[in-house]
Design a protein around this ligand. Structure first.
Ligand code: 3EB
Length: 310
């Protein structure tokens, strides 16, 4: 099959069976009943299932995803470790050893107090798996998002390839993998962004980006200013990536896609107004209800920018 790599389904929609992976994000769109993200590809694609993941592979890259239901038999950290260990086994087996971009949707991400918060336990499990299987990725992590879903089903999907890309950090933010102890016993294993360049162009993957400066959350409980700070961080990231990679990554409706994660559905209007003030009204942004990995954060965005024709 030439053309479709995968579909990521947001919201209440059960697509008819297809050859390609169809992964439910477990998140609900705020401005539509359901939205399907279709990942396309200009090369022939083959499909399969291994280690609990549905995958799609072209010559250049691999997509895979899984949506395990959480049961009481495993702790959050053990489940995260298991998902990542199977991810590493899969990319090893298929020969796409370099993860570029990972999305993690974690049920009840803010449940539990202090170091027992589920996000912190997730970070521990992810780190344990990295340490066991891929210490070469330390501080050379893929781009990622980790947000909270409702219900008891996880969603983890990713893109990987046969060659390395370039991790990018945000000079305005402490690298997440250097966050101080107060955010948890194991700092989060992701890079702020990741550039992948090949023959026909270059893609900048932007990690989940929130209203954090240094390592501290800014403007707690104020969604409007959090949106501004988030967009400012995204702009700093795209400028940094452009300099590092010698590319011109810009946010235009033709060259970028964005998702916005909004914790409280009632904040959609305010969040959207601030996004449109900065990006203009023509930019397509997919608004999803999601919990954010720190309780005081109400808003986060991620996305990608591409440049074609090198
Ligand atoms: C932050 O900047 C917000 O643990 O993989 C953003 C993106 C966040 C990815 C992850 C967490 C992750 O710390 C949270």
């Amino acid at each position: 099959m030439d053309g479709i790599l995968a579909a990521v389904v947001h919201g209440d929609f059960d697509p008819p069976a297809r050859d390609w992976p169809q992964v439910a994000s477990q998140l609900t769109p705020l401005a539509a009943e359901a939205t399907v993200e279709v990942l396309t590809c200009s090369q022939p694609v083959t499909y399969g299932q291994d280690f609990g993941y549905h995958w799609a592979a072209s010559d250049g890259h691999l997509f895979a995803g899984c949506t395990p239901v959480e049961t009481e038999t495993m702790t959050v950290a053990d489940l995260a470790e298991d998902l990542y260990s199977r991810l590493f086994a899969l990319i090893e087996k298929l020969g796409y050893r370099h993860p570029w971009r990972i999305w993690n949707m974690i049920p009840g991400i803010n449940h539990g107090d202090g170091d027992e918060e589920r996000y912190r336990l997730f970070c521990q499990g992810r780190y344990r798996s990295l340490k066991a299987h891929r210490p070469d990725l330390f501080e050379h992590y893929p781009s990622a998002s980790a947000v909270g879903s409702r219900g008891n089903t996880w969603s983890l999907y990713f893109l990987a390839g046969r060659s390395l890309g370039q991790p990018i950090e945000n000079p305005k933010q402490v690298s997440a993998y250097h966050y101080p102890r107060r955010y948890g016993p194991t700092s989060p294993s992701f890079s702020r962004a990741y550039v992948k360049t090949w023959d026909t162009g270059s893609t900048l993957f932007l990690s989940g980006t929130a209203s954090i400066v240094g390592h501290e959350s800014q403007h707690p409980e104020e969604v409007s200013v959090q949106a501004r700070e988030t967009l400012d961080n995204l702009r700093t990231l795209s400028a940094t990536a452009s300099r590092v990679a010698g590319q011109n990554f810009t946010f235009t409706p033709e060259t970028s896609i964005l998702k916005a994660y909004v914790r409280r559905p009632a904040d959609l209007g305010v969040a959207r107004k601030h996004v449109e003030d900065v990006l203009g009204p023509d930019h397509q942004v997919l608004y999803l209800q999601a919990d954010i990995c720190r309780r005081e954060l109400l808003f986060e965005m991620d996305g990608a920018i591409w440049v074609s024709g090198l």
